[in-house]
Design a protein around this ligand. Structure first.
Ligand code: NAP
Length: 217
């Protein structure tokens, strides 16, 4: 998929992997809608990508904001060709210690909001017979002690991504889920890989423009 001139909505664009995806897609000519909660960090990214890009502050812990985000990007840019749903939150602690708020936040940010966004944007992509939706999971989605809410919510995301692929994949919309590995970011300060390297792999998959039944790495 040629990125030049494409409208790409990137969540989690304020730091880490999402920020690097934004910089690399911007360098390839995509017009970006950058979203996260931290406005100053989004502004800093926007200053490094092509003019015409926009920033959209949204808290995906409130999934109604995901729907508003999709609508505001379409209102500003006319369409979304590519959704890269990178935003995620690490909720840590043994299951027995997690509050209802902890459990809810993990699932809202990591699973409900990305799928709400995808669900809002996919019909217009189907209508145009063109589009790409990428989500970001983790290698520990099978379960991990003290990270159960995070792992479980990412498993839900990966599963729903595959359901979406089956629903729209034959209608011109490429859908896949990406596992970045262990990447040094705010979320994983001990990670072994630089965010730009993981982002480069994700951007390559986006450029290939194909859906996948396997989680891509
Ligand atoms: N680093 C790793 O080793 C690793 C491994 C597997 C998967 N991942 C996944 O990769 C993605 C990116 O994470 P990262 O490692 O790059 O960490 P990061 O630097 O902490 O990035 C997380 C991003 O998500 C956004 N975010 C978090 N909570 C949000 C909320 N409630 N509403 C809207 N945006 C929110 C953050 O922006 P604001 O704080 O500005 O809102 C930030 O841009 C996540 O989905 C993560 O689960 C990372």
């Amino acid at each position: 998929m040629e990125l030049d001139g494409k409208i790409a909505l990137i969540t989690g664009a304020s730091s880490g992997i999402g920020r690097e995806v934004a910089l690399q897609m911007g360098a390839a000519g995509a017009v970006l809608a950058l979203s996260a909660r931290r406005e100053a960090d989004l502004t800093a990214v926007a200053e490094q990508v092509p003019s015409g890009s926009s920033i959209h502050v949204a808290d995906l812990g409130e999934s109604v904001q995901a729907l508003r985000l999709a609508d505001s990007v379409v209102a500003e840019h006319g369409r979304v060709d590519i959704l890269v749903a990178v935003a995620g939150t690490k909720v840590a602690g043994p299951i027995s210690a997690l509050s209802l708020d902890d459990l809810s936040r993990a699932y809202l940010v990591n699973a409900v909001s990305p799928m709400a966004l995808a669900g809002r944007l996919a019909p217009a992509m189907v209508e145009r017979k063109s589009g790409l939706i990428a989500t970001v999971t983790t290698s520990i989605s099978g379960g991990r002690r003290d990270l159960g809410a995070y792992a479980g919510s990412k498993a839900a995301l990966a599963s729903m991504t595959q359901s979406l692929r089956q629903e729209v994949g034959a209608k011109g919309v490429a859908v896949f889920c990406f596992d970045p590995g262990w990447v040094r970011t705010r979320m994983a300060p001990d990670g072994t890989e630089e965010p730009c390297t993981a982002a480069a792999r994700l951007v390559e998959h986006i450029k290939l423009g194909k859906g996948s039944r396997e989680t891509l790495t």
